[in-house]
Design a protein. Structure first.
Length: 363
């Protein structure tokens, strides 16, 4: 994985679904009732029910003394279902301690229902309101900051830098043929797959094209001689990713067990996202990722020269479409290694238990 591949979109049927990113937004406001889940810790939540004054008065007039709240979490990733039901006395504000746990990177259907219980018969429940919302558990920004600090520490332990002039990605003969024969004028990004940490906030949420930046380890003045991901290489000047109108964000730090060579340390990777200022992707990154200064430990500009760290390996997700016939793009043919095809569909998960790139709170 020394070179960024033409990553495919996730094969998880729920991985590309637009989901609620802030669990506090799992609220239902109908008929004067608000039902929501509020985070009590990074991986747990409790239910909260609030009635407005008019609804509360109306239920009192009907003689309703109790409410029945049902919240069901269906884990679409593991297939597990966690139901929860609680009867509570009628009050305008109910902090209902139905606790739920979430797994990083898992997709959920959350069904929230509130029912009024008729006087004298707890089984006579009349549904007031119900809704299913989608939710996926990602790193909070504070956790991503912690992961960034671990990546910085790893980079500091490998102090050397490469001078770089280009970013590059590989594609298959088939895709190259379509570009040439069908005169495709745009290389469009695909949804970021689940490669890396399951808590990466960018997975399944933003589109882009992956590029690598590190030169050949045996010849730092040249790009790698061979490719894992396809024989046709697209080369772009590195300044296109570090222009004044492009923001650079930290998204992930990980290693993958399947890429480990015997008796050698695991190769670690940092995922950066390059987004045009004020674009939809930039707004997403501003809210969910960590913005990096122009002079950072991973990819930086010093005067008119550009540098990247030797370790970890850097992959940049560029969120703009690219014109393959642009005058600044170079194309070349390179030998392939192994199958010489795209990365594992859906992405390769992060190695669990690595004390370099795992957060203790998310193991």
């Amino acid at each position: 994985m020394a070179e960024a591949s033409p990553r495919s979109a996730s094969h998880d049927s729920h991985g590309t679904t637009e989901v609620t990113r802030d669990i506090a937004a799992l609220s239902l406001r109908q008929y004067g009732a608000t039902i929501g889940l509020e985070k009590s810790s990074p991986r747990t939540a409790f239910a909260n029910v609030t009635l407005n004054d008019s609804t509360f008065a109306q239920l009192q007039d009907e003689g309703v003394e109790n409410l029945c709240v049902k919240i069901t979490l269906k884990d679409l990733t593991s297939g597990k279902t966690s139901p929860g039901t609680l009867h509570t006395s009628l009050r305008s504000d109910n902090n209902i301690r139905l606790n739920y746990s979430f797994e990083l990177g898992h997709n959920y259907d959350v069904e929230i229902t509130i029912m009024k219980v008729l006087p004298g018969n707890r089984k006579s429940e009349i549904k007031m309101v119900s809704k299913i919302v989608k939710y996926r558990e990602f790193f909070r920004k504070s956790e991503l900051e912690e992961l960034l600090n671990q990546a910085k520490l790893f980079t500091q332990q490998n102090r050397s830098n490469w001078e770089i002039k280009s970013a590059y990605r590989s594609i298959s003969w088939e895709y190259a043929h379509k570009i040439g024969e069908e005169n495709i004028s745009v290389m469009k990004g695909t949804i970021k797959d689940n490669n890396g940490d399951p808590g990466c906030p960018a997975s399944g949420q933003i589109k882009g094209l992956f590029f690598s930046v590190q030169p050949d380890k045996n010849n730092p003045f040249a790009l790698p001689r061979r490719s894992l991901f396809g024989p046709i290489r697209c080369i772009i000047p590195i300044e296109k990713f570090i222009e004044p109108d492009v923001n650079l964000y930290f998204a992930d730090f990980f290693c993958c067990q399947m890429y480990r060579k015997k008796k050698k340390p695991r190769q670690h990777y940092v995922t950066l996202v390059a987004a045009k200022q004020n674009s939809t992707a930039d707004n997403f990154c501003e809210e969910n990722l960590i913005k990096l200064p122009e002079f950072n430990q991973f990819v930086k500009k010093v005067g008119k020269r550009f540098f990247c760290c030797k370790q970890p390996q850097i992959e940049i997700l560029y969120t703009e479409d690219i014109d393959p016939f642009s005058e600044y793009i170079q194309w070349t043919v390179v030998p392939t290694i192994g199958h010489g095809s795209a990365a594992t569909p859906g992405g390769v998960p992060k190695t669990r238990g690595c004390d370099i790139c795992n957060l203790s709170s998310s193991d």
